[in-house]
Design a protein around this ligand. Structure first.
Ligand code: TYD
Length: 194
């Protein structure tokens, strides 16, 4: 099922999804949101990503699913915002689970876990070369998180392509992540028709 007025940005760590999602939401007078979310499950996920807690790869995949379920259907969640007539722009969604969780779990298992969630009207994939992403992450000055390493990022990129192919009904727009912030935003607005 496609959910109208629901837009998702996807990309590698450091590709610029957060910047673009925030700007796009602002320009559309919409709501900016993100996954992992800031609900109870999302908060636990962030502790795991910072390596403060450890769970199995399967458990992490279930947690992402639980976080997504609450983010979509919980109080003030995506569904409610859309029903209230808002446009929702989300930084990462189930395509991130396919890209990242299938590093350590079976791709089909992650697909099965996520296949029944509503799909966004448009997915922008910010295609930024791994080297550029790592350079940007490096300048953040913080400890690398669980998935922020070169070989892993290459595999994540391949998993993204596999994930998008598995959802061939989505309106997937690939954007050149080496373009400027303003150029990317302009392209997104043009595609959405605003
Ligand atoms: P990220 O958007 O990079 O958050 P921040 O910029 O605030 O650190 O997301 C955190 C990490 O979560 C990122 O490495 C991708 C990962 N992730 C998954 O592994 N699976 C998922 O389903 C989602 C939504 C994110």
């Amino acid at each position: 099922m496609i959910m109208n007025n629901f837009i998702v940005l996807e990309g590698l760590d450091g590709s610029g999804t957060t910047t673009q999602a925030k700007l796009l939401a602002q320009h559309l007078n919409g709501v900016f949101t993100f996954e992992p979310s800031d609900n109870a499950v999302g908060t636990l996920i962030r502790q795991i990503l910072r390596k403060e807690k450890s769970v199995t790869a399967d458990t992490l995949a279930y947690l992402f699913k639980a976080d997504r379920c609450e983010h979509l259907f919980g109080k003030d969640g995506i569904k409610q915002q859309i029903n209230d007539g808002k446009t929702v722009v989300c930084d990462r969604y189930l395509f991130s689970s396919l890209a990242y969780q299938s590093l350590d779990c079976d791709f089909d298992e992650i697909y099965q876990l996520n296949k029944d969630f509503p799909l966004p009207e448009t997915v922008f994939f910010i295609d930024t070369p791994v080297e550029e992403c790592l350079k940007r992450i490096g300048t953040r000055g913080s400890e690398p998180e669980l998935f922020e390493k070169a070989e892993l990022q290459r595999k994540i990129y391949d998993n993204y392509l596999r994930g998008f192919a598995a959802f061939n009904e989505i309106n997937l727009i690939k954007l050149d992540g080496t373009k400027s912030i303003e150029e990317l935003l302009e392209e997104e607005l043009k595609i959405i028709g605003k």
